[in-house]
Design a protein around this ligand. Structure first.
Ligand SMILES: Cc1cc2nc3c(=O)[nH]c(=O)nc-3n(C[C@H](O)[C@H](O)[C@H](O)COP(=O)(O)OP(=O)(O)OC[C@H]3O[C@@H](n4cnc5c(N)ncnc54)[C@H](O)[C@@H]3O)c2cc1C
Length: 462
């Protein structure tokens, strides 16, 4: 039996714009890590901005709250409804315009990041945001979480890659910020409010994204190093206009991938404590080879780099990246894993590991920290695997103790408890406890001003 609000949605929207079929809805109620399970009375799938606005107006009028969902790859539970109306942007996936002269393209929120990259590529341009989830994650999702990924080092986070957004507000009105202007000093930057808002202020329906010149050639190298200190020293040495990616992986996580996935191969004859994967954007293969050998010559002589391979073909380049892309998935072979996504200032990365690794042994003796991530941005995925042979559930029951210990160190180092995955449900209380009270108050005031009745994703972030 539908409530009057749900019935009003059914009566008003075309039949292809909603469903109550449990089989169709089911995949949208579980997420990648199987950490959150949801429920909803209805899944809305508007086909246009106007239809999305109509749905939001009806929800607001009947006191219904909405959870927006893109590709459902979020890792903090923000896209999983708990009784709210679920609104998927899956049917709004068109590339509306690609304008090479303006350096901009307008893409609807339900298009995958991969589709946006392809649209740029077809115009001989680059949209540089890259994540392992890009085949499924959507433009609306990456904007709403201000996603990071592998190329933040050179191109910035999503916030740096967006001119403006079109969004349906909590009262059903439509904000049109689809501009390609590089300069516009006419008041607050309203589009920016929606970037990283995790669906709490409105529904992004389309975005004007920045296009970049395509690099002529990308040289990819993997280097083996002896310690986190050496990885950081190498990053400082390699930093320059060509460096576009600097990813680091610890041996335990690296081996979990290369030992367990059939197609993943360790490119080195010997094991090493840490591995660095770097991209250099250069004019051609020969320039890449010259640059990398020039940069590495001193690093090898100084003992900073123990061994190195430079990809000689696209296939080899893909194979090296594939190891990094499987780092999260590889951890399942280590049993239960307590995962953190944090940032610290670049000059304190090594100190973070020294302190966190020691603290972890005090909290769960025998546990196995698996550090990896986007070191070029100070972004560490500090995942702690259970002690070998320990009881998985008993270990996972320590999630809060492990997290709080890590967050204490992060706060002390002037870092952030959420580098790129956002706050969602997972870190909402932690944010409220740890954030500067003035910041928290400003976040809440903005939320109240834009969504006084709590229509938009009311259990998330603030
Ligand atoms: C294997 C894997 C690798 C990943 N790697 C990275 C990485 O390198 N960097 C990184 O930053 N993240 C990474 N993530 C996390 C995730 O992919 C990103 O957070 C992504 O941006 C989420 O996009 P989505 O479309 O799946 O959003 P969803 O998961 O559907 O939603 C995420 C949040 O955004 C809101 N939302 C979604 N669409 C809209 C919209 N149109 N309007 C308003 N709110 C909306 C939701 O309500 C929710 O709060 C990874 C995830 C996986 C599974």
């Amino acid at each position: 039996m539908n409530t009057p609000g749900i019935q009003a949605l059914i009566d008003a929207l075309p039949s292809k714009s909603w469903t109550q079929d449990p089989d169709i809805i089911a995949p949208s109620l579980v997420e990648w890590r199987d950490k959150y399970q949801g429920n909803t009375p209805i899944l809305l799938m508007p086909g246009s901005t106007q239809e999305c606005a109509q749905a939001v107006r009806l929800c607001a009028a009947h006191g219904l709250s909405i959870v927006p969902q893109g590709g459902n790859t979020g890792l903090v539970g923000g896209q999983t409804p708990q009784g709210e109306v679920l609104l998927s942007l899956r049917r709004m996936n068109r590339v509306r315009d690609v304008n090479v002269t303006a350096g901009a393209m307008v893409v609807e929120a339900g298009a995958t990041l991969h589709a946006a990259q392809n649209a740029a590529d077809a115009a001989d341009r680059k949209f540089p945001l890259t994540l392992s989830s890009e085949g499924t994650a959507t433009v609306g999702g990456v904007l709403s979480t201000n996603a990071g990924g592998n190329h933040v080092l050179k191109y910035g986070t999503t916030r740096d890659l967006v001119f403006g957004v079109e969004a349906v507000l909590a009262d059903g009105s439509v904000f049109n910020g689809l501009t390609s202007l590089r300069k516009d000093n006419t008041g607050y930057d309203l589009s920016r409010l929606f970037l990283g808002a995790e669906g709490t202020l409105g529904i992004i329906t389309a975005a004007s994204l920045k296009l970049f010149p395509k690099p002529d050639f990308v040289a990819r190298a993997m280097m083996a190093v002896g310690s986190v200190e050496d990885a950081v020293a190498l990053m400082t040495r390699l930093r320059g206009p060509a460096l576009a990616m600097f990813e680091v992986m610890s041996r335990i996580g690296f081996a979990a991938v290369t030992d367990n996935f059939e197609n993943e191969r360790d490119p080195f004859p010997e094991a090493h404590p840490w591995y660095v994967l770097a991209d250099f954007e250069v004019a051609n293969a020969a320039a890449g080879e010259a640059l990398v050998s020039d940069l590495l010559e001193g690093a090898i002589d100084d003992g900073l780099v123990r061994d190195a391979v430079l990809a000689q073909s696209d296939t080899q380049a893909r194979a090296l990246l594939s190891i990094r892309e499987h780092m999260s998935a590889g951890q399942k072979f280590l049993g239960g894993s307590i995962k953190q996504d944090i940032t610290v200032p670049l000059d304190r990365i090594a100190e973070f590991f020294t302190r966190a690794d020691a603290a972890m042994q005090r909290v769960v003796p025998g546990c196995r920290p698996v550090g990896f991530g986007h070191f070029g941005d100070g972004n560490i995925h500090y995942n702690v695997a259970q002690p070998d042979g320990a009881d998985r559930d008993a270990f996972l029951a320590r999630w809060d103790d492990v997290s709080e210990t890590v967050f204490d160190i992060v706060d002390d180092l002037g870092g952030s408890i959420s580098a790129e995955h956002g706050i969602g449900i997972m870190k909402r209380e932690t944010l409220a406890r740890r954030a500067d009270p003035v910041k928290m108050d400003m976040l809440r005031r903005i939320k109240r001003a834009m969504d006084p009745d709590g229509v938009m994703n009311p259990r998330v972030m603030v």
